[in-house]
Every structure is written in C-alpha cells, then in structure tokens.
Design a protein around this ligand. Sequence first.
Ligand SMILES: O=C1O[C@H](COP(=O)(O)O)[C@@H](O)[C@H](O)[C@H]1O
Length: 246
Amino acid sequence: MAAPTILVLESEADVSSKLCDLVIEKANSAIERDGKFTVGLSGGSMAKFLCNGLPSRTTDWSKWRVFFCDERHVPFTDPECTYTIYKSKLVDNGGPLPGENIFPINPDLSVEDAAQAYKEKILEVFGGVDLPKFHLLLLGMGPDGHTCSLFPGHPLLQVTKDIISPISDSPKPPPKRVTMTFPMINNCECAIFASCGGGKAEIVKRVLESDGGEPLPAARVKPTQGELIWILDKAAASQLKAQSNI
Ligand SMILES: O=C1O[C@H](COP(=O)(O)O)[C@@H](O)[C@H](O)[C@H]1O
C-alpha cells in the first residue's frame, strides 16, 4: 500500500466540504466505470460531516448502494441507530437517495443472526464474490483508536476470513453491534478517515506517526491495493510532525 494522503484543513466545515467533494468524485467515477457506486458509511462524527453537504450534490443517486461499516444493534427508533440518522437526511422528506439503495442491519434478529444476514445481503448485492471490494469506505476513529466497531485489543482484530462480525462486548455503548472486519475493509478501493478537534490530536499522532508497538485498529486500515486518505482539521493534526503531505 502507498503512504496515506493526509489533508489538513483549517476548520471542521472545510473538512466536511472536502470530504463531500471527494465522495462525489469517487461516486461519479465509479458509476461511469462500473455502473454503480458501493459505499460503506460510519456513524458518529462521520454522519455529521456528510449529512449536510451530500444531499445537494450532483450524482446519480439511483446507482448508489449504501451499506454501513458498522452499526449499533438497536431499534431504528433509537437515537444511536446510524441508519436512521442517514435515512432522515438522505432519504426521508424528498431526500435524493432511493430508500431501497440503503441497506440497514435487521435489529429484530439476534446480533449474531443480524451479522450473518448482513453478510448475505452484501454478498448478494456484490453478485456472489467471496470478498467484496467496496469503491469507498468512510471511516471514523474514536479517541481510543477504534474504527468501525473494532476496538483496541479485541479478538475481532484477528479475524482473517469473515467479512462481517457481530460484537456483544463493545467497550463503547451500546455493547451489541455489527461490524465490517479487516479482510473486507482492506480490500476496498479507497478508505477515507475524517477526524476533527483537539480531542483527537493525540490519537491521530499515535495512528499516523506510530513509534512501534501493537497497531491500533485505525492504524490497521491499509487497503492492500487501494488508496487511504485522512482528512483532518488543524486541531486534530496539531501534534503531527508533518502537517500535510499534499
Ligand atoms: O462508535 C462509533 O465510533 C466511531 C468513531 O466515532 P466519532 O464520533 O469519534 O468519529 C464511528 O466511526 C463508528 O461508526 C461508531 O459506531
């Protein structure tokens, strides 16, 4: 994998705007080349960065196939449900994305069965390949270095075969979640992290300028034949030696 591209921008608003520009660029080139755009979304701050900017952009939304890099195993009515946050901005009330193009987990199943059903849905949409290659994964990183629902020291970091796993002991609530795992994450064409705020500065430095030791989950995102981009605001990048590499 080539070295990640690190973009450092002035403010959170600039991060959000650059992120939306890149997503639309990736979407439109995937649609032109492959006739569809497969994307994985994350929750937390990523939803905030995307939801205001994306709906007004120009793209063929009917060609988008939207999945979740991870999702909390909670009812759709729960404020922690990432699907509902995106649906309310992108689908409901005349939003541009057709409701059938966004794929939630089924929270009525047990977390194990929901993970299995989600894996089957992804494989179906990708047409029966064993290891789907997403055009784009949009990732967040928690202050402990977790990404998706893959937490430091958790056995799920060692998964080498499955593409989706349930987790029932997430250290960050809610404890039950469904998550992509590294075999599929690192098979993507492009992964983009977005992080903002001084509260992320120390962990951004540990992930991007590690001085050794066991790699944190976010540092394990290394698309084997793909691209990795980090978009940071100045505060999140404040402890980096290299402030921007483009
Ligand atoms: O719990 C989660 O946290 C991460 C990071 O969230 P952030 O708000 O600190 O950016 C998020 O990427 C993941 O999807 C979510 O389930």
